[in-house]
Write a new protein. Structure first.
Length: 108
């Protein structure tokens, strides 16, 4: 049997993340890891061709990117709101931002 690598596939959900540890043959790709994880069957909303992107340790990668031992493949959900647009809207409204988001007026 050939060399095996250990990887994790992670899908973040609003209530927490699903982490699936896998052992795959050396040379496996990010897309193959996602397929092997079973997350596509468990979460039919995942659509790698259209809406979801993949990353390895927060760096965007393509599905055909080769994995290394102990890589963490991340499946990203689409953003609900553009963070830049939200900040611009707050600035236009004249709200003072505090570190970590929210308005300074919320502090009490």
């Amino acid at each position: 049997m050939g060399e095996m690598i250990r990887v994790e596939v992670v899908y973040a959900l609003p209530g927490g993340a699903e982490v699936v540890p896998l052992s795959l043959p050396a040379g496996a790709t990010a897309g193959e890891a996602v397929q092997a994880s079973g997350l596509l069957d468990k979460h039919p909303e995942i659509d790698l061709a259209r809406t979801n992107k993949l990353g390895i340790y927060a760096k965007l990668v393509k599905a055909d990117s080769a994995l290394r031992d102990r890589d963490r493949v991340e499946i990203y959900r689409p953003l609900i709101a553009d963070p830049k647009a939200v900040r611009k809207k707050r600035a236009d409204e004249g709200k003072v931002m505090k570190k970590g988001g929210g308005s300074a007026e919320d502090e009490g």
